[in-house]
Design a protein around this ligand. Structure first.
Ligand SMILES: [Zn+2]
Ligand SMILES: [Zn+2]
Length: 342
């Protein structure tokens, strides 16, 4: 089967490798579509994300959908021909985090595409059936792959109980921010503001239902509030940009007793204003990946409550994966979500 390896930063190689064997309690899936994630691009450019380093040729990719082609003897429920969305992280199911329902925080998780675990830029994968979710015919393979970033946004809102009815500010309108906009609409928040420095991304956020969008670049909060008076009414903030300026805006905008969810990843260390956190009793926390989100997100897609497709801007075949990374790195391409088709 065909598989694309990252040999060293910036260099891919397509190889013909044997198909993986399907064990008795596993399923084999023919991959159909894979979304290019910011983390894939980071690995491609730098060969590492934080402490995760690519040491030998490595297969990236973790936002995937496909068709079941083989099921192990012990597998019940999944059948050959089922269209599926693949949840990339398989946790240990024995640690404290797994046993208390937070399997996204499992220290032993085997996450596809994060080195040394091979990802899904290959024709076939073998996976634990508990983490292979069927999708109905009305959900496209593109949407099946986008269940992954949508689940990240779903997990943010799982950490914001009571957000519906309030005013939410989402900072950063890349794929995760836009997934957040879709989730906010589906969950029925009272009012939704979105900030980004790219006017085209703001336009997309507006298309998806944001009530007020704005570009905060270079403006002090006091000046921003003059133009955007709704900023004074913000209850909760979702920070999806990962930038210092974004987190600064988030802290300044969060309401009294408001929650501030950090989901955008950026530098290891930044400087932030901390006094407003104390004075406003802001509840500031991180949210990471997702747990038990796939079935809910698939239901939202099935009923058209979220769509995913509107933020897909580019499509390439697996043979042209390098062009996908080039588009992701090209500021002029206006790439939001890039899909790889197999
Ligand atoms: Zn991802
Ligand atoms: Zn665990």
């Amino acid at each position: 089967m065909k598989a694309v390896f990252l040999k060293r930063p910036g260099e891919l190689e397509t190889r013909d490798i044997p198909e993986p064997e399907c064990g008795p309690d596993m399923v084999k899936v023919r991959i159909k579509e894979v979304g290019l994630c910011g983390s894939d691009v980071h690995y491609f450019n730098h060969g590492r994300v934080g402490k995760n380093v690519v040491v030998s040729p490595h297969i990236l990719g973790h936002e995937s959908s496909g068709i079941v082609t083989e099921t192990g003897k012990k597998v019940r429920g999944l059948q050959v021909g089922h269209r599926v969305s693949i949840e990339p992280g398989v946790p240990c199911r024995a640690c404290k985090e797994c046993l208390t329902g937070y399997y996204n925080l499992c220290k032993q998780v085997v996450f596809m595409g994060a080195p040394p675990n091979p990802g899904t830029f290959r024709e076939y994968v073998v996976h634990d059936p508990l983490f292979v979710h069927t999708i109905p015919d009305t959900v496209t393979f593109t949407q099946g792959a986008l269940v992954e970033p949508l689940s990240v946004a779903y997990n943010v809102f799982s950490n914001l109980p009571g957000a519906a009815g309030g005013t939410i500010l989402i900072i950063g309108a890349g794929p995760i921010g836009l997934a957040g906009v879709e989730m906010a609409m589906a969950l029925g928040v009272g009012r939704l503001l979105t900030a980004d420095v790219d006017p085209r991304r703001l336009e997309k956020a507006r298309e998806l239902g944001a009530d007020r969008v704005f570009n905060p670049a270079g403006k002090e909060f006091e000046t921003l509030v003059e133009d955007i008076p709704e900023l004074e009414d913000v209850d909760h903030v979702i920070e999806a940009s990962g930038s210092e300026a974004g987190i600064r805006l988030a802290i300044n905008a969060a309401g009294r007793k408001g929650k501030l969810a950090l989901v955008g990843m950026g530098s290891d260390e930044i400087s932030i204003p901390y006094m407003p956190i104390i004075r406003k009793e802001i509840r500031l926390f991180g949210t990471y990946r997702y747990a038990n989100a796939y079935p809910s997100v698939i239901r939202l897609l099935t009923h058209g409550n979220v769509k995913g497709e509107p933020w897909v801007t580019h499509r390439f075949s697996l043979d042209d994966l390098d062009k996908g990374f080039a588009a992701a790195n090209d500021k002029q391409s206006f790439a939001l979500k890039i899909m790889i088709e197999l």
